[in-house]
Design a protein around this ligand. Sequence first.
Ligand code: GLA
Length: 710
Amino acid sequence: MTVKTAFASMAGWRSRRVALALVAMPFLCGPVPAQSRALQLGAAWYPEQWPESRWEQDLALMEQAHLHVVRVGEFAWSRMEPAEGRYDLDWLERAVRLAEKHHIAVVLGTPTDAPPAWLTAAHPETLRMDATGHLAEHGGRRQFNYANPHYREYCAQIAGQLARRFGHDADVIGWQIGNEYTDESFDPETKQQFQDWLKRRFGTLDALNRDWSTAYWSQTYDRWDEIPLPTAGGNPGLLLEHRHFVSDTWRDFQHVQAEVVRKFAEKRQFITTNLGGLGWSDNFDHYEINDELDLASWDDYVGQGHLNVSRNGAMHDLVRGWKGANFWVMETQPGSVNWAPVNNALDRGETRAMAWQAVGHGADAVLYWQWRSALNGQEQYHGAIVGPDGEPLPLYAEIAQTGNEFERAAALLEGTQPVAQVALLHSYDSRWAIDFQPHSRNYDQLDVLLGYYAPLREKGLTVDIVSAEAPLDRYKLVLAPSLNLISAQSAARLLDYVQKGGHLVLGPRSGMKDEHNALNTERQPGPLADALGGGVEQFFALEDSVPVSGAVGTGSALVWAEQLSVRADNDEVLLRYEKTSGGKAKGWLDGQPAMISRRVGQGRITYLGAVLDPTLMRSTLQRMMTDAHVEPEFSPLPSYVEVCRRVGPDRVDKDRGNNMRAVYVVINHGESAAHIALPGAMRDMLHDGRSLTEVSLDPQDVAVLEAAAP
Ligand code: GLA
């Protein structure tokens, strides 16, 4: 794979930047126009909350902290349109001009997460109804109804006004549609929309009744208007389709705005939306929502406690997989939040380490929420960068240091992105299906995914987390932790990957259901059982761990265990359950296969029917990597050291075609100093480019290293 193909997916607004930045190498010093920075630090800024006389000071303090981008406007509807049809955007224009003066680019938010009082008072149908039938009120935010056509008209109008005014503004580099899509509505009109949506999807009630097995409990539907909006539980087919409806409805909510912005805005201005829910939220299909966007972005918060390196790294990789390209961290916490049970502050240095972790995983910008707390309002206690007196808070210095480093590393990271040999498959359909019927409250899908992810990251391997529908040909090893739904079509694609030389590892609960969330009539892994030459005889929710051993190691099965069987001669049994006593599916699993593997075509398919303890998972994955010829670059790393790698075209001699270079972001997330042997000589880019073969890092410290890529 050449860099050119890897970056093909990053078409549009970036390519012109590469050309620009390469001319200005290597070590940047003079101010670069904010619009063309490859790596930027920034903050959420709310000029509408402050007297205009205060703006200059804030922007000057931002510039001193090397912040070069602000997001503005996502909650400013009442200021932009104080009364219906009376627009006032002059203040915003003045704010943008001032930001430009301080070399700060602007991302404009469309203010549709918090409609003004006059709108919802005049049009209560634009308000959201929750599942209990309660109509939301003015005074907070997210009170709007995402499905209401009238509300969408208002959204398109305000977005259109903004795009006409700022679509050609040199200092505006992008747009954020709305803010953290979260709550759906359960009002009668939305219910009607759902029923009409089902009619378009199924065509006939016969098809729907068949695919949902509605003969069960006499659920049979005779008319479309009998079908409910599920509020709590329900038929798995209905629940899944409702999630699809919610995803389509948010996509359409976004589309009416993105379309009008795209109509008036220059192509160089990207369109994104900041997705919340700490990355792992699944209230809708995030791949679908990102389809129309130019850039994926998310809001990265720790909340209570401290950075969970593995979880947060995985969330970055999940976000990168939404569009298969670099992304932005549109919001992250400056020290602390206000919404967690205990809003502790991150440790000194942890905020900086968190920013660099994002960059290592493919972020090209990191913005803090927020620059300064409003004097009143629901988030007075939230972490910020300047205090109520407008003066820098203690964290300001750490952020300024990070901003300075970003500035100096921007050119180096220009045109680079993480490139992986290994991918984890992720499917919202499978997640919903399992969460609708967990069968064991201990089966946490994020924990299961991290069980596959963490051992790979510990070795410094780049890991892509991609949609189960994504192209797989670039990966040597593909792991599918909980692919519960496998349709015939998906099975064919996965089998094609294996036959062409890929190594596919299916985890527990794989292939139990079809695309309607109905049970596959072949035992797991359903349509892949023939290729595997074996399958699942019985699944067990475990009350207690069960010992297992085999070629990949010895340890325990936790939470979930499947009794496998082999039918094909060339199936290998890599793990077996040992004899157990009391409360452990006693007798059923004794001596039964827990993991089987088979060569198919030029590749291999493996089924791991249990959640394994971390130590055994490590040796099991090591075996999978060896079989798939995946070699980590770094020798064993201290568990608290994280290594991220971004690859890009050769800077110095890009004409040498596919000469690649690699940039490593190495972070010591631990409490003690770390000494890391490097796989080859590298240049320390945060410290005068000296050449190193080993790097020493104090706790929370970061190194950014450049090397010729292998
Ligand atoms: C979310 C929102 C912001 C703010 C922060 C607080 O991410 O998008 O408006 O409320 O949380 O952490």
